[in-house]
Design a protein. Structure first.
Lengths: 639, 294
């Protein structure tokens, strides 16, 4: 324990003797002549039987006053404990609330421990200090921005909930924190997390960054993947279990089909996050929901269960308008759950609705009137409503610019060569994913309530169909153009919106959540916009059932499984240090022990207040005794 | 010493109607108006006695001789004066309090003495306490004696200290004729028990006037004090609070009860006197009620 202003202790050296001197002066008692001390002597003799207490009682006031003075002087000296903590006046707390913070290796959970730590940091904030709370992981939230109201801050911390979706990217929170820190002097950024986060390397935080690691346990086994593929007359279940811990583990995997136990597998898992143990099983075609459950418990319970729903019979109808393209036909045939309807190039009347055939692939020349539903243009020759073709590019070089867009997931275009491509100018709706010197080669986007994708080159003019990338790209494009269909689409990540094309005749869409609660388009829980039903609150893990109702009768029902398949979240071993580049040049964020100051003056002042009250009561004891006597007399009189 | 008269004239007139009540007949020196244990010449018949030679033949009851043919003397109750003793404690502790205890004691003694004088009794006054009035006043009799009695009382000045017990013993040894004895004292003396014991050694009819000032009965003290004894006793340091005062009052009450039971055990009357009660009221009502006066 140390003192911030030890000079205040001099006050005790000055005031203390004054109090004692005053007391000694007071001790020279007033002399009062009495007729005789005969009676008094007699009484004092009785009293002296318990003399020590009497002597103490005489100087009780002095003792109390000295104690009060000492407490006040100590409070002025501002003693503090050195704790692990922060020293800045503008504190920015980045509190990780991603799925891995749900691990129960700290009391209650890591999130609760993190909240407690954040509250402790708030309490250490010097007077007038301000704090910002940023909840990182998933969608970034700022529940309290630059406020000195501790109650509000505590409230904001208390209200932070676990967010299963969205991962643990600290890029955005750190950017915000940097902007806030740059605005004010004496800023400090505190990261409260288990350290399983991604930090962009190009950031420079203009403040000191302290990292408060949360979590002790490292062992975690997770169901890392589950899939239910429809076959001819059965379904194939694929489950992958991965040990993300540091030591080998033996767990039993139970498979439940529609709630009934189907099989159990005893697994011995080596600690290898990259390679899990897989189980493949044929299961009957009538099974709708499969649950894989790891028996026993580990720190993180959220990833011990996974769900898959059957997509058997939910074939996606795709219209192909093409002069004949073997590559495309073969590629589509390879994709499971896709039913291709061929139309002759040049057809201009389409009778089927968008619900019946949601996706149309237009290879080459586009028909005069575009069919309803989502569109994929491949190698367009002429301009359409959505883009214009202005010429040709020879030997374009493919450069993916879409980042980690799901359409380019697992697609490697580096080996692909293209002979020539159409130079297209897409409208503002388009998001360019692959580009070649300013001309887009692959653009996707939404316009007029439909999703449109444009691949600028004819497949015959490139070696793309010969590459592994082709079926993957096709599959991804199909997933994008026909959301909510196919085996892939029935699997959602937490927080990923659930989207489904619905017919205009559908009057209500209802979603049953994993916990059994209902959400309907009537109460606004599900939104229907431009022929698409969207449900966004998919953070809880489990099976969601979406039902389409027409005049109160269920006409269609779809199931979706929300699983936490995130190696980063399942790896729960807490990092000891985070590398956050700071403008000071420091990289490490281990907080130094002496940084935090837990000040005690409030408690001292409180104690002084209590002593003051006691002192006053002692001083007024005559009055109190009088009151007590009066009360007793009144009570005796009342009796 | 006050210049005002010791007793108001209106009060004195009321005192004329009172007389001192004695529980038994007491002998006096000369003839008076009080029944005496002796036989003497009054109109009140007492007894017959056979004649022996040398008796006064004037006292022979001739009527009885006629019946019994023997000589009997007819005896009558003697009526003699009472010898009233007034003892006033003039120690320094008595000269204290508001109203002053000594002044109060003087008035009490004056009233009591006046009543005795108006009944043709003999009154002698003695002051205790090492003062200049070590010499007692020669006894007076009859209403004429009221003036020297009052002036003697007026002149009584407080002495310093004094040994109450010793004074009482000395008085008992020197007093000639026993009679009603009025002791006006605050008894604030460690030897109070001895003093009262000495008074009971002879057949005086003792009335103890225990004079205390209201400041002694309920001290108005709050805070830290050094109590200085005006008689020169050891000072006492106290930290007065309501609890201490309460204990003091309880102690005082016990002390008074102790004195009272001591007096009752020895046939003495005990009257606790609070000087805040006016003298006339005390004499006219309380003393009568307690059977000291009639």
């Amino acid at each position: 324990m140390s003192l911030i202003s030890p000079l205040a202790l001099l006050g005790a050296a000055i005031v203390g003797p004054i109090i004692v001197a005053m007391y000694l002066l007071k001790l020279r008692r007033e002399e009062r002549p009495v007729s005789s001390t005969f009676l008094w002597r007699k009484m004092v003799r009785d009293v002296e039987a318990n003399a020590p207490w009497q002597k103490l009682r005489r100087s009780l006031l002095l003792l109390l006053q000295l104690l009060l003075m000492l407490l006040l002087v100590l409070a002025l000296a501002r003693p503090f404990f050195q704790t692990q903590g922060i020293s800045g006046r503008n504190l920015i707390i980045i509190l990780d609330h991603s799925a891995s913070m749900g691990a129960a290796d700290e009391p209650t959970s890591r999130l609760e421990a993190a909240k407690a730590k954040a509250t402790q940091l708030i309490d250490q904030l010097p007077d007038g200090g301000r704090a910002t709370i940023i909840a990182a992981g998933g969608t970034m939230q700022v529940p309290a921005a630059s406020t000195s109201d501790r109650r509000e801050l505590r409230q904001a911390i208390g209200d932070i909930q676990l967010d299963n979706g969205g991962g643990s990217d600290l890029g955005q929170p750190l950017t915000l924190a940097s902007a806030l820190a740059a605005r004010e002097e004496d800023s400090e950024v505190a990261i409260i997390s288990d350290g399983n986060v991604s930090i962009p390397g190009d950031i420079r935080v203009p403040a000191r960054v302290s990292y408060f690691p949360i979590g002790r346990d490292t062992e975690n086994v997770a169901v890392s993947a589950i899939s239910l593929q429809p076959g001819q007359n059965s379904q194939t279940l694929f489950v992958q279990v991965t040990n993300y811990g540091a030591s080998a583990a033996a767990r039993r995997l139970d498979i439940y089909l529609d709630g009934a136990i189907f099989n159990a597998y005893n697994l011995s898992l080596e600690p290898d996050a990259a390679r899990g143990q897989s189980i493949v099983a044929e299961i009957p075609p009538q099974v709708r929901v499969v649950e894989a459950r790891l028996d026993g418990a580990d720190a993180l319970a959220a990833d011990d269960r996974a769900y898959a729903v059957s997509t058997l019979g939910d074939a996606l109808n795709v219209r192909l308008i093409s002069p004949g393209n073997r590559f495309l036909e073969t590629g589509l045939a390879l994709l499971p759950g896709i039913q291709v309807t061929k139309a002759i190039s040049g057809t201009s009347t389409f009778t089927e609705t968008a619900t019946q055939i949601p996706v149309t692939i237009i290879d080459g020349r586009a028909p005069a009137t575009l069919p309803p539903g989502n569109l994929l243009f491949i190698g367009p020759i002429s301009s359409t409503d959505y883009f214009s073709v202005t010429g040709e590019i020879a030997f374009p070089s493919l450069r993916p610019i879409g980042g980690d867009d799901p359409i380019l997931r697992n697609v490697s275009l580096s080996e692909v060569s293209v002979l020539k491509a159409a130079r297209i100018v897409p409208g503002s709706w388009a998001r360019v994913l692959v580009d070649s010197d300013g001309a887009p080669l692959l653009a996707v986007g939404e316009r007029d309530g439909r999703r449109v994708a444009v691949l600028a080159f004819d497949l015959h003019n490139s070696d793309l169909p010969l590459q592994v990338a082709f079926p993957l790209l096709l599959s991804n494009l199909m997933s994008y153009l026909a959301p909510g269909s196919g085996a892939e689409a029935s699997q959602l990540l937490p927080g990923q919106p659930l989207a489904l094309q619905v017919d205009a005749s559908v009057t209500e869409v209802r979603v049953t959540r994993p916990d059994g609660t209902l959400s309907s388009s009537r109460d606004g829980g599900v939104q229907i916009r431009e022929g698409q039903a969207i449900y966004v609150d998919t953070d809880p893990l489990g099976v969601y059932t979406l039902e389409e109702l027409r005049d109160g009768a269920v006409v269609a029902s779809h199931r979706y499984a929300v699983n936490l398949f995130s190696p980063r979240e399942s790896t729960i071993a807490a990092q000891r240090d985070l590398t956050v580049p700071q403008t000071s040049g420091a990289q490490s964020t281990i907080s130094r022990e002496r940084e935090g100051r837990q000040e005690l003056w409030r408690w001292l002042a409180l104690a002084a207040l209590v002593i003051l009250v006691v002192e006053w009561l002692v001083y007024q004891r005559n009055g109190l005794a009088y009151l007590r006597q009066r009360w007793r007399q009144r009570r005796a009189a009342a009796r | 010493m006050t210049t005002e008269p010791l007793l108001e004239s209106s009060f004195i007139r009321k005192l004329d109607n009172l007389s001192i009540l004695t529980r038994r007949a007491m002998a006096g020196d000369i003839q008076g108006e009080r029944r005496s244990p002796r036989r003497g010449s009054s109109v009140e018949f007492a007894d017959f006695r056979p004649y022996t030679s040398g008796d006064d033949i004037r006292q022979i009851d001739w009527n009885l001789y006629a019946r019994a043919e023997r000589f009997y003397l007819k005896l009558f109750v003697a009526e003699e004066e009472l010898s009233v003793h007034l003892l006033v404690d003039t120690s320094a502790s008595m000269d204290w309090g508001a109203p002053n205890k000594l002044q109060y004691a003087k008035r009490l003694a004056g009233a009591y003495g006046y009543i005795a004088l108006s009944n043709l009794d003999r009154v002698s006054v003695s002051a205790f306490g090492a003062g200049p009035q070590a010499v007692p006043m020669p006894s007076v009799r009859g209403k004429r004696g009221a003036i020297p009695l009052f002036s003697f009382l007026q002149r009584l000045a407080p002495g310093k200290g004094g040994d109450l017990a010793k004074s009482c013993r000395t008085y008992m040894q020197t007093a000639r004729t026993p009679g009603p004895l009025l002791l006006c004292s605050d008894l604030l003396d460690p030897g109070w028990k001895e003093a009262l014991g000495a008074l009971s050694s002879r057949p005086f009819e003792v009335t103890v006037m225990h004079v205390l000032a209201p400041q002694e009965i309920a001290p108005d003290l709050d805070g830290d004090f050094t109590l200085v004894d005006v008689e020169g006793g050891d000072p006492v340091e106290i930290s007065a609070d309501i609890g201490l005062i309460q204990r003091y009052r309880e102690g005082l009450e016990r002390w008074r009860e102790e004195i009272e039971s001591f007096c009752n055990g020895r046939g003495m009357s005990y009257l606790a006197v609070d000087t805040s009660v006016p003298v006339d009221e005390f004499v006219l009502s309380q003393m009568r009620r307690r059977g000291v006066l009639r």
